[in-house]
Ligand binder design. Structure first.
Ligand code: MG
Length: 256
């Protein structure tokens, strides 16, 4: 088949997070959250009544709430919105009062800082660069769709490893508002790639249910990149003749 475009997922497709565990994620995000508290203190959006620990707890609770809601509704609630929600509820409880010192740019900055430690943890797979290089040389258009609550974090990680240049289009659920497997996020990406009328010449490559089922709903073919380990509560992918690879470079054999 002539492949005109490939859409990649980010996490565990192009990049990996070494030894992922709930504890490591928690530790990583707590580090980022404590750094964001410094900004709040700088902006004088803080109170002596409020301890770092109680802020961390409140944030975790709100994040959990929005995470569940986002899975249920396939809507993405960006991290900047969680900061806004937490600060508004602290104002309602009369714990802090001057949250107007925080404008929309600062909410984005708080979200960037919260996710900043992630940027040191995710690394591209050994063959990611080579695969992207070859695809680009073959004039295959490359795009990325990631379910992530902070768009800038994904852009930063691609730039950090000098990989952003390979992508025709980079989209996150934070930017689009909906999460994979919503078919519209795929259809919108096709349109941005200029391949709206060539969906059958586009392949989605990802490591989980949301990638494969979302692509199917948008009438895009897919390839599953099999992860070395399973995640807890992972949804089973019931697709007949599902193509599977173990290494990103193998995608080149499929499109030949
Ligand atoms: Mg993934």
């Amino acid at each position: 088949m002539t492949v005109k475009g490939i859409i990649f997922d980010f996490g565990f497709t192009l990049f990996y997070f070494d030894n992922p565990s709930v504890e490591r994620y928690y530790e990583c995000f707590k580090k980022g959250l404590l750094k964001s508290i410094d900004i709040l203190k700088e902006k004088r959006v803080w109170s002596e009544e409020l301890s770092n620990e109680s802020f961390v707890k409140k944030f975790a609770k709100s994040r959990q709430h929005f995470f569940r809601k986002s899975i249920k509704t396939k809507t993405e609630f960006p991290t900047s919105l969680i900061f806004q929600n937490v600060l508004e509820s602290l104002r309602e409880e009369h714990i802090i009062n001057n949250i107007d010192n925080i404008d929309l740019n600062t909410y984005d900055k708080l979200a960037d800082i919260y996710h900043s430690c992630e940027e040191d943890e995710w690394e591209p797979f050994e063959n990611t660069r080579e695969t992207l290089e070859i695809l680009t040389k073959k004039n295959v258009k490359v795009a990325l769709i990631s379910n992530h609550p902070n768009h800038q974090t994904i852009e930063n990680m691609l730039k950090k490893h000098d990989l952003a240049k390979f992508f025709e289009f980079i989209l996150t659920s934070a930017k689009y508002g909906k999460r994979k497997p919503d078919p519209n996020i795929f259809l919108y990406t096709l349109e941005q790639m200029g391949l709206k009328d060539h969906a059958n010449s586009v392949i989605m490559c990802g490591d989980e249910y949301a990638d494969i089922i979302g692509a199917k709903r948008a009438n895009i073919q897919s390839i599953l990149l099999e992860r070395k380990y399973k995640f807890p509560f992972e949804k089973e992918i019931n697709v007949s003749n599902l193509r599977k690879i173990n290494n990103i470079l193998e995608i080149l054999d499929i499109i030949e």
